[in-house]
Design a binder for this molecule. Structure first.
Ligand code: 13P
Length: 265
C-alpha cells in the first residue's frame, strides 16, 4: 500500500547558458513575488557562474534557493577555469547540478567523474542534484532502467546510500530535454518508481526521504499531471524557467499534491 511521505516538492530552474545582468534582474523581479507565496514548495534557481553573486543578492530576502549548474571534483589548486564546491558554498549556493546530460554528452563527463563531483558537493555542505536519464536510442532498445541503475550505482559506490539520499535525484530523459517532447506522466512515473525502489532496496528511510525530480520539457500545461504522480517530487526546469509566467505556473502546480509513494516504504 502506498504511504504518505513528508517530502516537500522542489522546483529548480536551470537557466543553462542564458541571461545577462539586466535580463536576470528583470526575470527575478517578475518571478520572486509570484513564487514566494507557495510556502509548500521549495524553489531554487541555477544561473550561470558569473551571475551567482548578483543573483544571490537579488534572492537575499526571499526563500528561493540558489544553485550552480556544475562544479569541479577537485577541492582547490591548479585547475584553470574550474569552480570548487567550497567556492559555490561561499557565494551562497545551496544546490549544485551534477551530471546533467549536457555535461555528460557535450563535455564527456563519465559516471566516475559525476560521482566524484557529487561527493565534493556534499563535503562542502551543498545539496547535489544528480541528473540521470537515457537517450532515445537507449529507450528504444529497452535499456532505460539498466542505464539509470548504472548511473546510480556509480554514485553509490563512491558515497554510499545514506549520502546518496542526502542529495536530490533528477530523472531527465535526454530525448525530452529542450525538444518539447515530454515523457508522459506514466513513462516518467515508471522510471521514478524504479529509482524509488532501487533506493528502498538499500535503505527504506532514504527512499522515503529522497526527492526525485522530473526534467525534460516541463511546461505550465503539463506540470500538474507530472507532479501528480506518486514518485515525482517536483521538477528541474530548463526553457520554461526563463519565462516569468511559465515558471510561476509550474511552481504553483507543484504545491497541490502531498507526496505519497507507489511502494510501501
Ligand atoms: P527543458 O525544460 O528546456 O527541456 O530542459 C530540461 C533540463 O535540461 C533542465 O535541467
Amino acid at each position: 500500500m502506498p504511504i504518505e511521505s513528508n517530502r516537500k516538492p522542489l522546483v529548480i530552474g536551470n537557466w543553462k547558458m542564458n541571461g545577462s545582468s539586466a535580463a536576470n534582474a528583470s526575470l527575478l523581479r517578475g518571478v520572486l513575488p509570484l513564487v514566494s507565496i507557495f510556502e509548500s514548495v521549495d524553489v531554487a534557481i541555477c544561473p550561470p557562474f558569473p551571475y551567482l553573486t548578483t543573483v544571490a543578492d537579488l534572492l537575499d530576502n526571499s526563500d528561493v534557493g540558489l544553485g550552480a549548474q556544475n562544479l569541479s571534483e577537485q577541492r582547490s589548486g591548479a585547475c584553470t577555469g574550474e569552480v570548487s564546491a567550497s567556492m559555490l558554498h561561499d557565494v551562497g549556493c545551496r544546490f549544485v547540478l551534477v551530471g546533467h546530460s549536457e555535461r555528460r554528452t557535450l563535455y564527456a563527463e563519465d559516471d566516475e567523474l559525476v560521482a566524484n563531483k557529487f561527493s565534493a558537493a556534499l563535503h562542502a555542505g551543498l545539496t547535489p542534484v544528480l541528473c540521470v536519464g537515457e537517450t532515445l536510442e537507449q529507450r528504444q532498445r529497452g535499456e532505460t532502467r539498466a542505464l539509470v541503475t548504472t548511473q546510480l550505482n556509480a554514485v553509490l559506490k563512491v558515497v554510499g546510500i545514506t549520502d546518496l539520499a542526502r542529495g536530490v535525484i533528477a530523472y531527465e530523459p535526454v530525448w525530452a530535454i529542450g525538444t518539447g517532447e515530454t515523457a508522459t506522466p506514466g513513462q516518467a512515473q515508471a522510471v521514478h518508481r524504479h529509482i524509488r525502489q532501487w533506493l528502498a532496496d538499500r535503505d527504506r528511510t532514504a527512499a522515503a526521504q529522497c526527492r526525485i525530480l522530473y526534467g525534460g520539457s516541463v511546461k505550465a500545461d503539463n506540470a500538474e499531471q507530472l507532479f501528480g504522480q506518486p514518485d515525482i517530487d517536483g521538477g528541474l526546469i530548463g526553457g520554461a524557467s526563463l519565462d516569468v509566467q511559465s515558471f510561476a505556473a509550474i511552481c504553483r502546480a507543484a504545491q497541490s499534491e502531498p507526496a505519497s509513494d507507489s511502494i510501501a516504504i
